[in-house]
Design a protein around this ligand. Structure first.
Ligand code: DGP
Length: 109
């Protein structure tokens, strides 16, 4: 938990969010500013700043984030029509919240 991190506060339920899934390792909630009909964020409970900060020891959580995205896509029935998974990395890569998260985007007609 990092005290000035919005996503840490959402994970701790100190700030509201529309939760879609959670377990002991990660949470999924709706993006407040959706860029697609489906726009969810898959967020590890552990505070990691960005993809730059991960090491081989974080492999398990990264794998779980991707499998969770796959599972959410099936649940939403967008798995066959298709979707995007996106990590923005640091300011130049469009990252504005510096707590690692995977965007799940889809649902276009
Ligand atoms: P990124 O640019 O990759 O750091 O994406 C951050 C996303 O987080 C952006 O699409 C908007 C979303 N977001 C920012 N603040 C909040 C919030 O307080 N609640 C929710 N649900 N989403 C947020």
């Amino acid at each position: 938990m990092q005290s000035d991190c919005i996503f840490c506060k959402i994970i701790q339920k100190e700030l509201p969010a529309d939760f879609l899934f959670e377990n002991e390792n990660l949470v999924v909630f709706r993006d407040i500013n959706p860029k697609a009909p489906v726009h969810q964020l898959i967020v590890p409970r552990q505070h990691l700043r960005s993809i730059n900060d991960i090491t081989i020891s974080d492999g398990q959580i990264l794998t779980e984030m991707i499998f969770t995205a796959q599972k959410m896509a099936v649940k939403l029935k967008i798995d066959r029509s298709g979707y995007k998974l996106l990590f923005n990395v640091e300011k130049g890569g469009g990252q504005v919240i510096f707590h690692l998260h995977l965007h799940l985007l889809g649902g276009w007609k």
